[in-house]
Structures are given as C-alpha cells and as structure tokens.
Ligand binder design. Structure first.
Ligand code: 13P
Length: 249
C-alpha cells in the first residue's frame, strides 16, 4: 500500500534561521505517524540546518529542490546530489515547472538529473505538468507523458519503483486554480498505465503526487481522488499552523 505523501516545497523562502524556527514549531506539533510521509524541500542554503533539525526524526525525509546532473565541477551556483546527501537529504525534486520555465530546463536535462539523483542514492521526484495553452489545446496527456517518458529515460528499470512523480499543472501553481480531483485522477491514471507498460506490477509502488494551489480546505478532497497518492504544496506549506493542519488531514 502506498502511504499518502505530504511534501512541502518551500521554493525560495525560509533561510536557515526561519527554517530552524519553523521546524522547531512543527516537530513539537507533529508526532511521528506511520500512516503517512511528510517531506520538506527547503532552499539549498537551508538544507544542512534542516538536516540537523530533523536528525532525530527519521520519519521525516528531507529533499533538495534541484540538483545539477554532475557530481562536482566548475558549475558556479549549482548543487549536486552527493552534496545534498551530505546535508541529510534522501530525495531530489527534478524538473519543477519553475525550473523549466525560468531556467530553461529541458526534458533531457530532467533525465540527466533523475539519473544523477539515483546514482547518489537520492530518490527523484520527477515533476511534470502542462501549461495553460497546452491544456486549452487538449494536449495535456501527450505533454505529460512525453515529460514522464523522457525524464525517466536514463533510469534503469530497477530504479523506477523507488521514484515518485508529481503532476503539477502549470496553470494551477500559485494561482488559486486547483485542478478538479477528477482531472488529477485522469492524468495520474495515464501515468500509472505508462508505468505499468514499463515496469509491470512494480508501477503500483510509485507514488503519484498532485501539486498546484493545494490548501488546508481542499486537501481531503484531493487526497480522496483515485490515483492521488499525495500532495506537493508550495504557498500553503509556509505557515506552520496551516501545514500542520494539512499533514494531519
Ligand atoms: P502552490 O501550492 O503555491 O500552488 O505551489 C505548488 C508547487 O509548485 C509545489 O511544487
């Protein structure tokens, strides 16, 4: 059985001091539970502080928001998967739409990043999702399936059951326009069908996570949707009380 995943993507918010203060309050409010997984994705400069704050909470995995596909080298401003591991991370977000839109990240780059994460022992969460105009043209499924196929293209089949995929329609991110649960189900079901073609029954091990304007008020409805195994939350994860409410749903 896949446990529901609640993942906080803090984007470019919460430096080390705010991270420490947030996690101190959150850990006091949230006791370990084995029926769900809560994950934090702080900004890279806060990763080590978060790793230290979470050192006694093995129930809460830590992730990095983005990695380079090389392990080290002359790549000013970048961070690698082994370095994230060194900070305590066990997961890497790959291909978030903000990376694709603002930093020119291509499907082929996401494939290299997924492979780099897996090589370093980080579980990649590959983010996919169509833009508004792609949705309006009725091309949601082809776009998302192309992103999934290419993004996973450099992984061994045996590595795919350890990943997760986050479906985040670009038009739903930070807009207050949440996808309807049935629309998320439709896309997740198509991704699941594709994974079954590739890795057969092990496809059922892969959590399919929805992201885009998740709030404390729509969490239950989205989680109840078929094939929605968890939520990747931006804005609503930045307030301790709201986030505690969401992960307690
Ligand atoms: P919002 O929850 O702020 O819409 O952001 C979603 C997201 O991009 C999470 O990765």
């Amino acid at each position: 059985m896949r446990k529901p995943v609640f993942a906080a993507n803090w984007k470019m918010h919460n430096g080390p001091q705010d991270t420490r203060a947030f996690l101190q309050r959150f850990l006091a409010a949230y006791a370990p539970r084995d029926d769900r997984t809560v994950i934090f994705f702080p900004t890279a400069v806060s990763l080590a502080v978060a790793g230290f704050a979470l050192r006694d909470r093995q129930d809460i995995p830590l992730g990095i928001q983005n990695i380079h596909w090389e392990d080290k080298g002359a790549f000013t401003g970048e961070n690698s998967a082994p370095m994230a591991r060194d900070c305590g991370a066990s997961i890497a977000l790959v291909g978030h739409s903000e990376r694709r839109q603002n930093f020119g990240e291509t499907d082929e780059m996401t494939a290299k990043k997924c492979a780099a994460a897996a090589r370093a022992g980080l579980a990649p969460i590959l983010c996919v999702g169509e833009r508004a105009e792609e949705r309006d043209r009725g091309t949601t499924l082809p776009v998302v399936l192309r992103q999934v196929k290419t993004g996973l293209g450099r992984l061994e089949k045996s590595q795919i059951p350890s990943i997760a995929i986050a479906y985040e329609p670009v038009w739903a991110i930070g807009t207050g326009k949440t996808a309807r649960p049935e629309d998320a189900t439709l896309v997740h079901a198509a991704i699941r069908r594709y994974l079954r073609e590739v890795i057969s029954a092990r496809a059922d091990d892969v959590p399919l996570i929805y992201g885009g304007s998740v709030t404390a008020d729509n969490t239950a409805e989205l989680l109840a949707a078929s094939e929605v195994d968890g939520l990747l939350v931006g804005g609503a994860s930045l307030d301790v009380d709201t986030w505690t409410r969401i992960v307690s749903t």
